[in-house]
Design a protein around this ligand. Sequence first.
Ligand code: SAM
Length: 229
Amino acid sequence: MTWHVNLLTLFPEMFPGSLGQSLSGRALEKGAWSYKALNIRDFATDNHKTVDDTPFGGGAGMVMRADIIEKALLSLPKQGKKIYMSPRGKPLTQKKVIELTQQDTLTILCGRYEGVDQRLLEAHDFEEVSIGDYVLSGGEPAALIMMDACIRLLDGVMGNAHTPDEESFSNGLLEYPHYTKPDPWVDAQGQAHSVPEILKSGHHKNIAQWRLEQSEALTQKRRPDLLKK
Ligand code: SAM
């Protein structure tokens, strides 16, 4: 099954962007996912191709018009689950990412200016999703981040050796630390750094236990909020 994403944006050329490279780029070529980026401006009705207007009640900035966005939305043969990237939305989590990969089609609305007319979001049942407590200038980078997190989980994208269950957040913990060759590594100041002995012991059960303890300690130190969930 191909995981399909429709993007409603004023900057369709921002897609696939970084998703055209590396793992997600190969997955796009293989047909694991596909996308269609619609330019909302193509659905404007006046000669100036206007997509925004001043806010009722006054205030700075412009608001994207419901009628124009709706035309773009209704031109899609299949909308699937509708998401509006928004700093007001629920924070994106790995749980949400997994849920989104289980949909066959998503339609992602990328805002610009002050955002989108509220009536459009309510009339068409958009779910608002935030990528963090900061304000971007547009929803496109947020959509790329959310899609990246989803694409790597699609069937066959990362290969069989990969174990998403062990990654940060999947088991409610941050991931344990990783090490590779050389061992020891001598840094530019001449200081030698060794790999923890247990990882070279070949004792799989002890290694798994050590990694779990590392994960728990790191989570306790950096993200105790995850342990309360
Ligand atoms: N006036 C809005 C507010 O204060 O909530 C911010 C609008 S922002 C300048 C323009 C667009 O960027 C938003 O409509 C949204 O699509 C996107 N955006 C900004 N920050 C975001 C975030 N943290 N997560 C997801 N999308 C974001």
